[in-house]
Design a protein. Structure first.
Length: 686
């Protein structure tokens, strides 16, 4: 997406400092013009330090081979893990797993088998995701890496195949939000309570498609495990990354890690830690770095939080829910979010507060409590510390180190009418089992207390302690001034255009006035898995689930403009290719679903994110009869060399109603568009 410049222009930072996100991207960007300093809004080609894929490694491999590639560009860049469906011992799944293992062996790629643990945990334990590097994965919870100061962000399968084949893909640097964590956490309140509170308090898409940088004077008192949990769930908060800085707390964590892995580890050793200490002195946000917005939350005002049911955006204090006597049927301490050693030990403390193994609080009758470590290493550590034995004696049911019920796979799924409470990251309706079940999210301590008491409950009710006095969360959000984009832009000059690339795109704006138009609305699901749908048919059914009249109102060359979070939902690429089949080369919206954005560029569909323009059109038609699809009589012209959008009335040469700088469409992205998308570009490189 090319984002609206008032909030995040690609040019405005030329004379200003960079934030940490921009600095890390600067390090891993390739093919930049000499002297170019990357900023939010820029499309850049990136060569990430590492790219992880898990059970989807075989589909990525098939796409990789389908591109005509035979040899991975850099085998040390790629990591394959098996973690999602590890309980499935069917011939079909075992064959897929064997295919992945054989492919990795043939290519010399690092491979971790089922049972070793969840891919994200492995990436951190084994030092692939490492402070101040850029690491991606074909999984939405790549944000986790931000907990150890690595810029982690998800990519789709086509991107992963491109990285395998060429070592690189593209990324648009998102607007960056600063999230200040001030004050000190009350005793017993955890990182999960912080992120559940953030998701519940700031639940109006304030950080949708943003990169987040966590700051605050109290950061050094927040343990690394808490940071990993917070960064992990910035995904559910709507962000593309969640980055913590490198500080002494993190350095001490790595020094302890070094003692565990040994000095000969290929990525975590004395040399890499010395280099990190030196690198962190300069690779940090500048004092005059610009952020799109600032959110502040006072940690001292928090208590235990629970989100749900069936929504991360709805949250309540555990004290309120405990009074409602909400019975639970299943409890879960699994997943990449909260299954590290400190989480298991927090749960063990609830079932065995005295430390005496003979004095155990049992799981309540009628409740099933499932526990899985994030990795085999974590499980071994929990056994060594005694936490595992305490949980077993309490009546917990153990599962292999892996994903499992968090994504609706394997043993212990929710049945119709049941209530579950989980320390995972998502409680979407039907995700952990039946769509007729209710799912809540909470910290390991709250989940364990709920399993023991048979209802949603605070650990204080078992530990005979007083919960923190709660008088409401203190939190604020502020949109920040962005400086004089026009003055700075004038000094940077025009964007160099590839020969043959159009210097402008024009068309009438067609208003599809709705938020959250999902991929099924754009391209009906019943056609998704039909591989022989002709282009004419794709054009005919484009947007039919949103508006059956779309196909008669819209013609080739029009520009669709829609509301916020356009293209949310599934990852089907046809949502982009159907619009192209209809003759739509450009879509404008208030914001886009991230996967749709990547699929758009990967298939040569251009997108612009201009929230002010959609609001102007909505104001214009607020008193008009409702039309799902409306020809506006407004014409958009995108001047690509000068990165400027102008909207006129009645004709392209009519009176100007809107004008604004937008992000640069650099030569690297132009090349992808010219080649018909990312796959075509990869083939040209091969």
């Amino acid at each position: 997406m090319l984002r609206f410049a008032r909030q995040f222009s690609t040019t405005r930072y030329a004379l200003r400092g960079q934030n940490l996100t921009e600095k890390i991207v600067q390090t891993y960007a390739v093919g930049l013009p000499q002297g170019k300093r990357v900023t939010s809004g820029d499309y850049v080609s990136i060569q990430p330090a590492h790219c992880m894929s898990h059970d989807n490694s075989w589909p990525v491999a098939l796409k990789f081979m389908g591109l005509g590639a035979s040899k991975v560009k850099d085998c040390k860049q790629i990591v394959n893990t098996l973690d999602h469906d590890v309980q499935n011992t069917s011939d079909k799944n075992l064959t897929k797993y064997k295919n992945i293992e054989n492919f990795a062996k043939k290519q010399g790629v690092d491979f971790y088998p089922a049972g070793r643990g969840i891919g994200h945990q492995i990436m951190i334990e084994e030092g692939y995701a490492f402070p101040l590097n850029l690491t991606v994965a074909s999984d939405s919870h790549s944000n986790t890496y931000g907990g150890i100061g690595s810029l982690g962000t998800p990519v789709v399968r086509t991107d992963a195949a491109a990285i395998w084949a060429t070592g690189q893909t593209w990324w648009q640097i998102p607007p960056v939000a600063q999230v200040e964590l001030k004050g000190e956490l009350p005793h017993g309140i955890s990182g999960k309570d912080i992120i559940v509170a953030l998701c519940g308090v700031f639940n109006k898409d304030q950080v949708l498609n943003h990169a987040i940088e966590f700051t605050g004077e109290s950061l050094e008192k927040i343990p690394v495990d808490y940071r990993l949990t917070i960064a992990n769930m910035t995904t559910e908060w709507g962000a593309l990354s969640g980055l913590f800085p490198v500080d002494e707390t993190l350095m001490n964590w790595y020094r302890a890690r070094l003692q565990k892995v040994g000095a000969d580890h290929p990525r975590i050793n004395h040399q890499t830690l010395d280099q990190l200490a030196e690198k962190s002195k300069s690779l940090k946000a500048d004092a005059d770095a610009i952020y799109a917005k600032k959110l502040v939350i006072d940690l001292s005002t928090l208590t235990h939080y629970v989100s749900g049911p069936n929504s991360v955006k709805a949250s309540a204090t555990v004290q309120d829910l405990s009074q409602q006597d909400i019975k639970v049927n299943k409890a879960y301490l699994v997943s990449c979010t909260n299954s590290r050693l400190s989480d298991l030990e927090a749960a063990a403390h609830v079932v065995c507060p005295t430390g005496d193994i003979n004095q155990i609080n049992k799981v309540a009758p009628g409740v099933e409590f499932y526990v899985a470590a994030a990795s085999s290493e974590v499980e071994n550590d929990a056994k060594a510390s005694g936490a595992w034995e305490k949980l077993l004696r309490a009546g917990c049911k153990t599962l292999p180190a892996g994903c499992g019920p968090c994504i609706g796979l394997g043993t212990g799924l929710l049945e119709p009418g049941e209530v579950g409470i989980s320390a995972t990251n998502r409680n979407f309706k039907g995700r952990m089992g039946s769509k007729d079940a209710l799912a809540y999210l909470a910290s390991p301590a709250v989940v364990t207390a709920s399993a023991v008491l048979g209802k949603i409950a605070s650990p204080a009710e078992i530990l005979k302690q007083q919960d923190p006095v709660f008088n409401g969360v203190q939190a604020t959000v502020e949109d920040l001034p962005q400086g004089d984009a026009e003055a700075v832009a004038a000094q940077t000059g025009a964007v160099e255009m590839l020969e043959g690339f159009p210097s402008q795109i024009t068309g009438e704006l067609i208003l599809c006035d709705a938020d959250n138009i999902n991929t099924d609305g754009i391209y009906p699901g019943k056609y998704t898995y039909q591989d022989d749908v002709p282009r004419e048919k794709m054009a005919e059914v484009c947007m039919e689930n949103y508006d059956a009249e779309f196909r008669t109102k819209v013609k080739a060359g029009d520009i669709v403009i829609s509301g916020f979070n356009f293209g949310t939902g599934s990852s089907r690429e046809q949502a982009a290719t159907a619009l192209l089949a209809k003759g739509i080369d450009l879509v404008v919206s208030g914001s886009f679903g991230n996967i749709f954005s990547r699929n758009s560029i990967n298939n040569a569909l251009l997108t612009l994110e201009i929230p002010t323009l959609i609001e102007m059109l909505r104001n214009k038609y607020q008193d008009a009869p409702k039309e799902l699809t409306r020809r506006t009589g407004w014409f958009l012209k995108w001047d690509l060399p000068n990165s400027r959008v102008t909207v006129t009335e009645k004709s392209v040469d009519g009176p100007v109603v809107f004008e604004q700088k937008v992000g640069e469409l650099g030569k690297n992205l132009q090349e992808i568009i010219v080649k018909g998308g990312l796959e075509g570009w990869v083939k040209s490189q091969l």
